[in-house]
Ligand binder design. Structure first.
Ligand SMILES: Nc1ncnc2c1ncn2[C@@H]1O[C@H](COP(=O)(O)OP(=O)(O)OP(=O)(O)O)[C@@H](O)[C@H]1O
Length: 368
């Protein structure tokens, strides 16, 4: 309990957005193309640092070529050997605070094929329990936490939704294509309210990790994926998993309500590199414009600008309550270990550094 209070105090002091960087390992087929990770350095005893280096091509002549060096620092940097369990360990207190009434939002940002879906959901099923991603681990942790709190008089109810934003349209991933009605919209909860919701979105009551795994499976069969030049099974949409949490302590007449939002963003990729044409090109353009809208929202928040352009994309509009509100936010920036992706990695790390410098506001628990 004391650790939890300390965590909440520290997070409130620090501002409510944190950034973790994860570099995925080389895949078996990539090991034939590249030996080791010569351009990536993880300074010993420095779990927060990542250094990228490359030869300076502008230096020609007989002298030894100088090296360009780019230093980054985040709340944590996970090298390729880090397991899902190790990573979850670092976010479990954050997840736990959703039971105390804090809204929590975790999102994964990075180039196509850099490991966002692996981090959030885990590898494609059937997969060993050790490789499960942050979503199943987070819900399991919350269910166990709720069971503990039941001994202290708290009763919790959970329900889950899963949607994707594809080409600026919202789709319910818990419904098959034929079952979906008209297009989903984002609306205010009540006139004048800052709270947003998505009417007609499916919410399924959940009580166990297995139920949530089933929902993930159902959603993944509905998700828009395609084979691109850069990833065998690339997510072409942003997916948003949400768990609504309602707690009640009858004897003390206390209530809390919060949500855990886990977002797997579509991969950022350069058009020329992805080789996109036709539908793929339209998707890539839509992904890139919503990711740059996210960048603009974050920089407006950082600069405390009076107008924050949430409405420029469905993604930022949907995440408005998380980003500008009282939620605790964690961003995973995922990095490919391939040298050929140096430019993309640098872009992602620069974006993440900007986010890391942000003091967006103070997280607040919704507890009465
Ligand atoms: N930490 C890891 N350990 C082992 N394999 C990984 C890891 N991270 C990613 N992979 C593998 O790398 C490949 C690409 O990962 P993933 O699909 O998660 O990328 P992504 O960033 O979600 O891509 P996209 O944006 O195109 O959907 C997959 O085959 C995945 O299983």
């Amino acid at each position: 309990m004391e650790r939890r209070r300390l965590h909440n105090d520290i997070q409130e002091l620090r501002g409510n957005i944190r950034v973790f960087c994860r570099v995925r390992p080389l895949l078996p087929e990539e090991r034939e193309r590249q030996r080791g990770l010569p351009h990536l350095h993880f300074p010993a005893q420095e779990p927060r640092s990542l250094v990228l280096t490359r030869p300076d091509d502008s230096q020609v002549g007989r002298e030894r070529r100088a090296e360009l060096r780019y230093d980054f620092s985040f709340d944590r940097v996970f090298p390729p050997g880090a397991s899902q369990q190790e990573i979850f360990q670092e976010i479990q207190l954050l997840v736990q605070s959703a039971l105390d009434g804090y809204p929590v939002c975790i999102f994964a940002y990075g180039q196509t094929g850099s490991g966002k879906t692996f981090t959030m959901e885990g590898p494609e099923p059937p997969a060993a329990p050790e490789s499960r991603g942050m979503i199943p681990r987070a819900v399991r942790h919350l269910f166990l936490g709720a069971r503990d709190l039941a001994g202290k008089g708290w009763q919790y109810r959970f329900s889950a939704s899963f949607l994707e934003i594809y080409n600026e349209a919202l789709r319910d991933l818990l419904l098959a294509k034929g079952e979906r009605g008209s297009e989903l919209e984002i609306r205010r909860l009540a006139p004048g309210s800052d709270e947003l919701h998505v009417p007609n979105l499916t919410w399924v009551p959940v009580e166990s990790e297995e139920q949530v795994l089933e929902l993930l499976l159902r959603a993944s069969s509905q998700r828009s994926v395609a084979r691109t030049g850069l990833n065998e099974r690339s997510s072409r949409s942003h997916s948003v998993f949400q768990l609504r949490i309602q707690g009640e302590h009858g004897a003390r007449d206390l209530r809390c309500a919060s949500s855990l939002t886990l977002v797997d963003l579509a991969g950022s990729e350069r058009l020329e590199k992805s080789g996109s044409v036709g539908n793929r090109l339209r998707e890539t353009q839509s992904i890139n414009s919503s990711l740059s809208a996210l960048g603009l929202v974050i920089s407006a928040l950082c600069n405390k600008e009076p107008h924050v352009p949430y409405r420029n994309s469905k993604l930022t509009f949907l995440l408005q309550n998380c980003l500008g509100g009282h939620a605790k936010v964690l961003m995973f920036v995922t990095i490919s270990p391939l040298e050929e992706n140096f430019g993309e990695s640098l872009n992602s790390l620069r974006f993440a550094s900007k986010v890391n410098e942000c003091m967006i506001g103070t997280a607040q628990a919704n507890r009465k």
